[in-house]
Each structure stands twice: as C-alpha cells, then as structure tokens.
Design a protein around this ligand. Structure first.
Ligand code: 3PG
Length: 394
C-alpha cells in the first residue's frame, strides 16, 4: 500500500474514509479518541493543497435514513477537534453531494452524511462505488477500525480511484506489523474476556504465533475446568472443554507456553467491594466464583513480560469494571507500561474492553500503541484478511 507522502494532492479532491463511529450520550460525543486520530490525515491533505471530503458510517442504519444516526450529531465534535472550517453535507452521493464538492473552497473540509444510509454501501455495489468515485480524484483510507468490512467506501472505492493509506491507517498497520507480523521475540500475548467461544479463532491463531500466551478472565476458568479443576459457581463454558483441550495441544505442538492463573480472587456475590478471598486456582469453594486473577498470578505475568520484547494485549484479566476485581488487570498493565517506558518492551493493545481496562489502570498512555479498533483488531488477531487493507494492497 501507498502512503499520503507518495501522492500528488495539489488541487485534487480527496475522498477520505474515516471511522468516527463514536459513542454518544444525550447528543454529546463521550469519547473523541477516534476523531482526534484522523486530524493528522486531514491536516496533511490540506497542507498538500488537497480538498478533503470525509466519508464515514455511523452506527448501523441498515441502508435506510435514520435521523438519530445522522453524522450531523458528530459534526460539532469533529469541527472542534479539527479547528478549521468544515461543512456538513446532507447526502454522501447524488446531486446534493456533487454540488457541495463542486462548490468546495481550498482549505475547506466536507463531511458527507452516513454512507450506510444507502444500501449499496454494505452491499459494495458497483453503482454505489461509481457514485462515490464520481465525487473525487483520490481515495485515502484512514479507517483501519472499519477495514474488516468489505463495503463500498472501505474497500470498493480503492479499485475505482488511485488509493493510499491515511496517517492513522499507516500507524495502525505499522504497530500491528511490529506486534504480530514481524515481532521482536520473545513475544507474549494476553487474552482475556468472558468466553472461549467468542475468541476461539483468535486463540487458535495466536498459539502458533506467540511464545507465551497468558489467558485471563472468564475464559481462563474454562481452561482450568479442562485440566480437571473445580471452579464452583464461576463463569465457565463446560461444553467448550474439548475445544480448550485442543487449543492446549496445538500450543504444545507449536512451542507456545500457556499461562493460566495460579491463584484467584473469589467472592460469593458479583458486586463492588463484595467480601472476597484469595485462594489457589484449584481451591475455589463450591459456592463461590472466580472474579479476578490473584496477586501471585499478576506477579508471574509481570515476570513473563520482563522476559519478552513484544506484547500484544486483548481483554481484561478479571471483572475489571468492578472493584476490587480490577487488581490483576491493573497490576499487569502497570508492569507492561513500566517495561515499555524503560524501552524494554513493545506493547500493543486493542479490541473491545481492552482500552477501557488499560485506561482505568492508568497505563494506556505508556503503551507503545493502542489501537482504536474493536472488531477489526480481533479479526486481524485471528489472522483473517481485512478487505479494507487488502484493497489498498491491490
Ligand atoms: C467499530 O465501531 O468497530 C467500527 O466502526 C465498525 O462498526 P460496525 O461493527 O458497525 O461495522
């Protein structure tokens, strides 16, 4: 794939696919991270004399115009982050969009309405691709977090116009390459979360790629069950035991060391500051549940990190939303942050709850790279092709 530096943009209309699918509460954007991350791309295009026209989806309107899912809701936050003139356009294709692009002034940025208001977007139809391509001269994809979708504005457009990656896409792909593509070894992965069933492909892929796999959260219980350990009332997918056993066998074959909790925090209620105990992983009382990894486990994880040069992290080690069951996640996250600050570890994290957990631990800002992607990060960790990236490669 090409980068913005390899493109001649002066006087050109540049269609930029961004991901500003941000959380809204009472009409206000509650997390502007994704918006902040696209600013360097827009600024670069403007600096090179190009006219940026932003394409984006918002939520899942399924091919219909749904007013609550209008990008006009995100527009004020975008305007504030960008700090430059920007205009909202009420459609992303057709006469309205064409007129707006024709009237666009140098230095001005346009934000077009939700691409998913048209059914052709998700179906990636030739008509939708042509209607979008008509608006610009060059296509820049800056939406890594939407790259797992083979849609007209994420993948189709790259075949219709000269295309390149934006700054955010570039940063994501470089970080991912450094963590799983061509990592410095030893390489460790932390995979946490509730269920083995949702991360099956991810675990199967990782055991063939990493030197150490640290399993945490509810899914660690399933692995404990597989080893004949009783876990009381803990969340565990007993029917997944054969699958978990197959993953353990695959890891052994591939030379990947699996790390499961050696001690755990147990409680009888799942609520903040519930009475809790630390016990050996094999000693969960029959009427209690495991809600976090214990302090010895957190220490052992920090020791694994200290032996490694690269770390990739997806998912919390315990029920981190509720105190004190965030302790192991916090301790491990801080250990990774310290090693990263000392230049000893390359640490990359992403997907779903991960960023929230690392932010809560106060460790996220010291990680080498935090992906803004959820589903796309997971699919990439599963080893699946990403249509948005593949389209740029072709
Ligand atoms: C995301 O929020 O992960 C991306 O914007 C993709 O959204 P989608 O899951 O609705 O395709």
């Amino acid at each position: 794939w090409k980068t913005l530096d390899q493109m001649e943009l002066n006087g050109k209309t540049v269609l930029v696919r961004v991901d500003i699918n941000v959380p809204l509460e009472n009409g206000l954007v509650t997390d502007t991270t994704r918006i902040e991350k696209i600013v360097p791309t827009i600024t670069s295009i403007l600096d090179k004399g190009g006219k940026p026209v932003l394409l984006a989806h918002f939520d899942r309107p399924k091919g219909k115009v749904v007013p609550e899912m209008s990008l006009s809701k995100v527009f004020p936050a975008l305007e504030k982050c960008l700090g430059r003139p920007i205009r909202f356009v009420e459609d992303c294709i057709g006469a309205v969009a064409e007129a707006a692009v024709a009237a666009q002034q140098p230095g001005e940025t346009l934000l077009l309405e939700n691409t998913r208001f048209h059914a052709g977007e998700e179906k990636n139809t030739p008509e939708m691709i042509a209607a979008l391509a008509k608006l610009g001269d060059i296509f820049v994809n800056d939406a890594f977090s939407a790259a797992h979708r083979a849609h007209a504005s994420t993948s189709g457009l790259a075949s219709a116009l000269p295309a390149c990656a934006g700054r955010q896409m570039e940063a994501e792909l470089q970080a991912l390459d450094a963590s799983l593509g061509h990592p410095k070894r030893p390489l460790a992965a932390v995979v946490g979360g509730a269920k083995v069933s949702t991360k099956l492909e991810l675990l199967s892929n990782l055991v063939t790629k990493v030197d150490h796999l640290i399993i945490g959260g509810g899914m660690a219980n399933t692995f404990l069950v597989t080893q004949g350990v009783e876990v009381g009332k803990s969340l565990a997918e007993r029917d997944m035991a054969p699958t978990a056993a197959a993953i353990l066998a695959r890891a052994k074959e591939a030379g990947c060391t699996i790390h499961l909790p050696v001690d755990v925090v147990v409680a009888r209620e799942f609520k903040a500051n519930a009475d809790h105990d630390v016990v050996a992983a094999a000693d969960c009382p029959a009427d209690a549940m495991i809600l976090d990894a214990g302090p010895k486990t957190a220490e052992a994880i920090a020791e694994v990190f200290a032996q490694c040069r690269t770390l990739i992290w997806n998912g919390p080690l315990g029920a981190f939303e509720i105190e004190p069951f965030d302790a192991a996640t916090n301790a491990a996250a801080k250990a990774a942050a310290e090693l990263t600050k000392a230049g000893k570890l390359i640490s990359v994290a992403g997907g779903g709850d991960t960023v929230a957990a690392l932010n809560k631990a106060g460790a996220a800002s010291d990680f080498t790279y935090i992906s803004t992607a959820g589903g796309a990060f997971l699919e990439w960790m599963e080893g699946k092709p990403l249509p948005g990236v593949d389209a740029l490669d072709q």
